[in-house]
Write a protein that binds this ligand. Sequence first.
Ligand code: TXA
Ligand code: MG
Length: 321
Amino acid sequence: MTGNKKDIKEAAAFIRAGKLVAFPTETVYGLGANALDPLAVAKIYELKERPSFDPLIVHVDSIARAETLTTFRNKMMYTLAEAFWPGPLTLVVPKSDVVPDIVSSGLPTVGIRMPDHPIALELIREADRPLAAPSANKFGRISPTRAWHVDRYLPGVDKVLDGGITRVGIESTIVALQEDGFRLLRPGAITRNDLLRLVPEAPELPGSSITEAPGMMDSHYSPVIPFMLSTPELIQSIDPERTGYIGLSGPAPAPFKEVRLLAEDGDLSKYAAGLFGAMHDLQHAGLELIIAEPVPKEGIGVAIMDRLLKASFGHSSPFGK
Ligand code: TXA
Ligand code: MG
């Protein structure tokens, strides 16, 4: 299915009929359902094998539609939405009664974002419904950045709209808003400094933690083979002939069987954009281990390291020591 007008119209009819539609956003592909229909939303949890305590993000095409989902009217919400929407920022705010409990996993809050992708925006507009949509992957696995990732790893979606490769490549920044400030729940392409620049008067509340959002586990984004952060010591102890390497620029530090260099110019956003795609490719390339180059925890590097650490959590080298 392409993302042309006719396909989007058909997909919108599917949404209104309570079916599941995968669609591209600027971050990753989402698995969408009508957020106001609890039975449709239940299908998302079932297909993803997602635990019911892990709430979904609701996608909108306008601030007006966002306002129907929340009782919050704080100035900070409008400042951030006007500055970053459409874009990779999810705002967690008190939910209104129209949001079913299954969407928020029983929490009194709801995560809302306006994706920066023409297909996503047109699908919401055409369906005239807000779309509950997690990343379109099995729970705990790598998020999809291409339509074929969804087709291959998440069979059973009623319709997949193909918008090519996603531009940002990692999931949105999640921020919880309260009357007296904000907390960063998940790092993304929009950084803590980006937020502080916009709302300098709103203090970042204590307890900001990327582990605070439900569903934020230590382990996530995992390939099906061992995945580790590249270090000089690790490289000494492995067989490069049976290892894949993901890094920024060359040369690769050993003669690996597979090498993916994602940012020859060192641009961390290119690394973020290509990371999940490279992980998808290498997990089925007949390798025994994938290693990835760590980056400084600055700017989008914070989000990249969050994903790399989760993807590698609990993994060890198949080559001993
Ligand atoms: O970029 C993205 O955000 C992508 C695209 C599809 O929009 N979506 C995405 O959704 O990453 P998902 O389900 O993979 O991650 C959603 C996370 C949850 O695991 C949870 O941590 C947080 O969002 N979340 C959602 N609603 C929340 C709430 N009410 N309170 C706290 N955290 C919430
Ligand atoms: Mg996800």
